[in-house]
Design a protein around this ligand. Structure first.
Ligand code: SF4
Length: 299
């Protein structure tokens, strides 16, 4: 069996920085409760590793971020890498909470572009995922932001403003975004197109599209991670015979691989390297030690 890591893969700069911010917050406020509003990055093992440091993650898909914020009485609240609305940030400050914003610089840049264009009288078309925290942060800025989640959404757009700007969630598939942009351009030829997929996402997606010599592609990542899901979709689109998305090496137990099989392993931008290393080492050695996840090695 031939096993290799796809390069680049795994942690991006935004994830590293968000994790560091939570670690620094824990050190800086040893006597305060530290809350994270949502998953700091989309990986449940990172959330669990922080739980062991007494960091409380408030994450409930039935509740809005504002409702989650309302459940905090005092302490420090960390906003995640995906960005947060100004209203929620202001509310946290007004309630006397200490605020730490771990939003990625690419997300912040996109949010500020949206504000600039709105101020200049543009309507915004935003290509993203419904209910994803990053798209929620963007949509909270104004009612004149129109979410597009599919090609059929582009057909339903009915914007009368002649000034239109198009942008997108930073972790979308480059192929989906270009397809949707083409459809939008046909409808609104005058639209200003700002394609805002972040560099880390593009590089990881290109690396998967360049995998031409593997029988199997394994993607390691959390089911909630959009950029991980996009890597899996691209692997399938790329025609790789077998594409498997897993969270940890434990899911490999019992799977069969042929002795001559060529396996490429990649991982989402929020997947700890330790989890991917376990997958690679297990495939190479079949040593069951690598099937176990030691939370103390996640951060
Ligand atoms: S995937 Fe891109 S936008 Fe998201 S945290 Fe990483 S660098 Fe930032």
């Amino acid at each position: 069996m031939e096993v290799r890591r796809v390069v680049p893969s795994g942690y991006c700069q935004g994830v590293v920085s968000a994790i560091r911010k939570v670690q620094e917050t824990v050190e800086k406020y040893p006597d305060k409760k530290v809350y994270v509003l949502g998953m700091i990055v989309h990986n449940r093992f990172i959330v669990e590793a922080f739980r062991q440091l007494n960091v409380i993650t408030l994450d409930d898909s039935d509740k809005t971020r504002e409702e989650l914020l309302d459940s905090i009485e005092d302490g420090v609240v960390v906003f995640t890498a995906h960005g947060i609305s100004d209203q929620i940030k202001q509310k946290a400050l007004a309630r006397g909470l200490t605020v730490v914003d771990a939003a990625c610089k690419y997300v912040l840049k996109n949010l500020s572009l949206i504000r600039e264009y709105l101020n200049d009288g543009y309507s915004i078309i935003y290509i993203g995922k419904k209910k994803h925290p990053e798209s929620e942060a963007a949509l909270s800025i104004s009612e004149d932001i129109h979410l597009v989640t599919s090609l059929s959404d582009t057909e339903k757009l009915n914007i009368t403003n002649s000034r239109i700007m198009v942008t997108n969630q930073t972790t979308m598939s480059v192929y989906d975004v270009s397809e949707y942009i083409e459809a939008i351009r046909m409808k609104y030829p005058q639209a200003v197109i700002l394609e805002e997929i972040c560099d880390a996402t593009k590089q990881r997606q290109n690396a998967v599209m360049n995998v031409t010599d593997a029988d199997t592609l394994i993607i390691v990542g959390d089911p909630n991670s959009n950029n991980t899901a996009q890597l899996t979709r691209l692997g399938r689109k790329n025609g790789i015979r077998r594409v498997i998305q897993i969270e940890t090496a434990a899911e490999l137990e019992g799977m069969e691989f042929a002795p001559e099989e060529r396996i490429a392993v990649t991982s989402g931008a929020s997947t700890p390297r330790y989890l991917t290393d376990n997958v690679i080492e297990y495939l190479k050695t079949q040593d069951p030690t690598y099937l176990k996840t030691d939370i103390s090695r996640i951060l």
